[in-house]
Design a protein around this ligand. Sequence first.
Ligand SMILES: Cc1cc2nc3c(=O)[nH]c(=O)nc-3n(C[C@H](O)[C@H](O)[C@H](O)COP(=O)(O)OP(=O)(O)OC[C@H]3O[C@@H](n4cnc5c(N)ncnc54)[C@H](O)[C@@H]3O)c2cc1C
Ligand code: FES
Length: 350
Amino acid sequence: MTTTPVWQGQANLTCLLRHEETADCTRFEFAAPAGIHIDFLPGQFICLGGLIENQLKLRAYSIASDPAVQDRVSVAIRRVPGGQVSNWLIDHVQPGSQVPALSPAGSFHLTPAHHLDVASPRHVALFSAGCGITPMVAMSHWLLAHRPDVEIHFIHSARDENNLILHAEVHQLVARHPGFHLHHFLTRPQTDRPCHVGRIDAARIREILPAATPIEAYLCGPQPYMDLIADTLRAMGIADHAIHSESFFTPQAPVAASGEAAASYALNVPAFGSQNQIDSTETLLDVLERAGLPIIGACRTGVCGSCRCKVSQGEVHRTQTGPLSPEDQQAGYVLACSTHARSDLTLELG
Ligand SMILES: Cc1cc2nc3c(=O)[nH]c(=O)nc-3n(C[C@H](O)[C@H](O)[C@H](O)COP(=O)(O)OP(=O)(O)OC[C@H]3O[C@@H](n4cnc5c(N)ncnc54)[C@H](O)[C@@H]3O)c2cc1C
Ligand code: FES
């Protein structure tokens, strides 16, 4: 018996279709590379992009499609004002386009307990806002197929009915299972279709979820939204390890310690004959990209590992190390998107 190889690393994906979900969000479906399967855990992302201003630029997009379907994959991409890659993809990718991509990655996915079908909570709460709905749809597909014993509380926030992403697909999921409970929170509803009016809050989370029952919760949306939900779930007695969250966007935190003046250092990449200045508030990635060096910053939040590089000399401050092994860190590897200079630096790329 022959087994189909699984996609690993970089490949070009062919766009099969595009569908305008809302005025600022487009769903794309891509075929797997020829003769290869796409294997991913529900909740993971792929990186997609293009040659933009003569540089390969990629960003992370959570997979929204059913993990059981391995010959294609779909994502929903939302415009970001002033953004480089998402707007470019929406403006340029059409059926037939070849799009550079990195294979599925990410640690935000259903827990092994659900995968292994061992004793695990019979209630799963999927909280999303805006584009954060994408990983929740993939998780729902998986749960409905593999764990019909689980009640899914699918709780989604948007401005109004016109801003509901993957709406048709979510309604198909509702129709598949009586244990799929859909709750929409709309801040400015335009119709009298049933929904919760206004923002989600602690009182309404308590009304929706069963009390005193083990729940596994997954959160994806803006940080204040996720903080509110996580605080409420903890107050309801749900353990930290049962609350999983992913942010699509991490605003750059000021990195200088309080009272510490911003400083400027040398950033050298000898293999490319490149010498640059780096400010202590900038990430290594900011400077490497500006210098036109070949580095991929796909997620820019320290989750994908695409910007891994080695500090061979100098001191750094790391804000994320997620995908790096302890051995890698010991050897001087850092994530350029999540690392700041604390002295003159010498780097090796790749
Ligand atoms: C794990 C993961 C999964 C993701 N999944 C999806 C997805 O399913 N669909 C999707 O559309 N996007 C998703 N994103 C976000 C996406 O990868 C890009 O970061 C985002 O679209 C912006 O990229 P850009 O190139 O357009 O903007 P950039 O050129 O990177 O940024 C332009 C400006 O916008 C700001 N900015 C960047 N991202 C945001 C944001 N989300 N909200 C507000 N301001 C922002 C930046 O600070 C900058 O000032 C995901 C991100 C991660 C890390
Ligand atoms: S860009 Fe993904 S970890 Fe740095």
